[in-house]
Design a protein around this ligand. Structure first.
Ligand code: CA
Ligand code: CA
Length: 557
């Protein structure tokens, strides 16, 4: 009897310990993602968003011997911006209308789950018919949909576990980005900043889809920051949150970027307009705002700060600091203390004429004569353009070179204010929008290797023809991996930008390469499929690059 009791106690303890381990393993695995090259569990290849892999089997000496191992057709003509997730012998990829599980070694489909969308969603869907990837946690795959739903699927079968509505797509809201799992909460953002919407960030229970919290990214009257908006302008004030944040588990802070104010015409909303064009540091469990830093107060230029940047340990003035480094669309490269939001450095990394500089003491931009003339009604050429010094795709970090690798843009836009008019579900700009201007006789974009503290590039690889809007990946093999708008998957040397390998994937690359290993062999995966913002801008050179989504995986012979 006594021994039976002991045995049951032992069994109970063992079961409890096992349950604990499984639960903890999952969150711990997410925390450890950057250091575990056998899988890719987070958007950013680690909570720190560095997109850096310690793998070096593929390196500067042998990268020229890479070859494609398999390709998989996404059967989808839209721009492909999804970052794959790789876990336990399965690769998960999203498109706007399907979630797909593949065998990462062969590219064979394991399951494909279609997303049912209302037909009129395409009338409203904001900034592109696309999806940027999934999250994985506790046996489930989490994703968002164009009609503003958050969905959890069984990772083994693809069967839907729950679905929760975040917003009404008919108001101009849309969801395109990968959720972030932090502190055991599923966190999602929202798109629609051009439609006179009000931005927010949501927290959801991963097991049930229950709504846990909501943080509105424009401050209402009576709230802290509410006095930075005239009258009720915050209600259509924008500040969308359409990309995935980063997470520092030690500080327990989630960092999330916000986009433009609505309308673009900032004279219609005089004041700083908190929290447009900002980074927010939030508690993942409650959505409580701990600190914020606003890059572009009262922004006129659609300089979305939605791409949150990277969490780095960086030596600043001889002292090791935990920083957040962001190549902002407004043309300045920012370094902030990520414990408190204090500005440590902000220098231009592309041509800038909207501001003379960022004042370090106050953290505020010093607006230029160009911006002053525009505010007074002038028509001016502004650098950088509406697509920014860098668009939405993330950069990567290589700790060995101390450089950030980003696809940067060299273009301007003509800018003049007009009276804004709000119509539900339509663009709400208040700007005489005439597209972008590409300088003659100069490259229109570069792959740039940037020193975060100075903004200066150690080297730049000019893109011939269209600039690249693809993300970058860095590896301990001394490589930077990215892709061209014309479809070439590219591997270049992190030290000098020398090209080691290129392969034409058949359509444009605008997504995010990842690398992973299996049984001692290193693989690289990237999606191909032209479209995105460059497609919307209508560069006639794109006529030579057909649409058509596919997944490509490369390895050494
Ligand atoms: Ca990993
Ligand atoms: Ca925008």
């Amino acid at each position: 009897m006594a021994s039976d009791l002991t045995f049951s106690k032992w069994l109970l303890a063992a079961v409890a310990a096992f349950t604990c381990t499984v639960q903890a393993q999952s969150l711990d695995a997410l925390k450890a993602d950057a250091a575990t090259p056998g899988d890719v569990l987070t958007y950013g290849m680690g909570y720190n968003n560095q997109r850096y892999s310690p793998l070096k089997q593929i390196n500067a000496k042998n990268a020229s011997k890479l070859q494609p191992l398999w390709a998989y057709s996404l059967n989808n003509p839209q721009g492909q911006e999804s970052q794959p997730i790789v876990h336990d012998g399965v690769m998960y990829v999203t498109t706007f209308n399907a979630t797909i599980a593949l065998d990462p070694l062969s590219g064979k489909q394991i399951w494909k789950q279609d997303i049912e969308l209302p037909q009129d969603v395409f009338k409203y869907a904001c900034c592109g018919i696309l999806n940027r990837g999934a999250a994985i946690y506790d046996g489930k795959i989490y994703r968002t949909t164009l009609d503003s739903q958050v969905v959890a699927l069984d990772a083994k079968t693809g069967k839907q576990v729950w679905k929760s509505k975040a917003a009404d797509y008919k108001d101009g809201h849309a969801m395109t980005s990968a959720p972030l799992i932090a502190g055991g909460v599923v966190i999602t953002g929202i798109a629609g900043g051009e439609y006179g919407t009000r931005g927010f960030i949501d927290g959801w229970d991963p097991a049930t889809g229950k709504h846990l919290w909501k943080f509105f990214t424009t401050a209402a009257p009576g709230e802290k920051g509410g006095d930075t908006w005239p009258a009720d302008t915050h209600a259509k004030g924008g500040a969308p949150t359409w990309l995935t944040g980063a997470y520092d588990p030690e500080l327990d802070l989630v960092y999330w970027g916000t986009g433009n104010g609505g309308p673009w015409n900032a004279e219609a909303r005089k004041g700083d307009n908190l929290y447009i064009n900002s980074v927010l540091a939030l508690r993942p469990k409650t959505g409580e705002l701990v600190w914020h830093y606003q890059f572009s107060p009262n922004d006129l230029y659609d300089y979305d700060a939605t791409e949150v940047g990277m969490l780095l340990d960086l030596k600043v003035d001889g002292k090791k600091r935990k920083v957040l480094a962001q190549a902002n669309r407004n043309g300045f490269f920012y370094v902030l203390d990520r414990a408190n939001g204090k500005l440590l450095a902000a220098n231009p990394y592309v041509k800038v004429n909207w501001a003379d500089r960022i004042d370090i003491a106050s953290g505020r931009p010093v607006e230029s004569e160009v911006t002053k003339r525009i505010r007074a009604g002038g028509d001016e050429m502004v650098w950088p353009s509406v697509v920014g010094g860098k668009n939405w795709t993330p950069m990567s970090w290589n700790p060995a070179t101390g450089l950030a690798y980003a696809n940067t843009l060299n273009m301007a836009w003509p800018y003049q204010l007009v009276k804004p008019e709000y119509k539900k579900g339509e663009w709400y700009l208040g700007v005489n929008f005439r597209g972008v201007v590409m300088p003659k006789g100069e490259p229109h974009g570069y792959l740039s290797a940037i020193d975060p503290l100075t903004g200066k590039s150690k080297w730049q690889m000019p893109w011939p023809g269209q600039p690249s809007m693809a993300g970058t990946l860095s590896t301990a093999g001394g490589l930077v991996l990215t892709g061209a708008a014309t479809g070439e998957f590219m591997v270049v040397d992190a030290a000098n930008g020398k090209k080691h390998y290129e392969f034409n994937t058949g359509s444009g690359i605008i997504g995010l390469p990842v690398t992973w290993e299996h049984k001692g062999r290193q693989y690289v995966t990237v999606l191909s499929g032209a479209g995105g913002v460059w497609g919307i801008l209508g560069d006639e050179r794109m006529a030579q690059t057909p649409a058509g989504g596919s997944v490509w995986t490369f390895g050494l012979k």
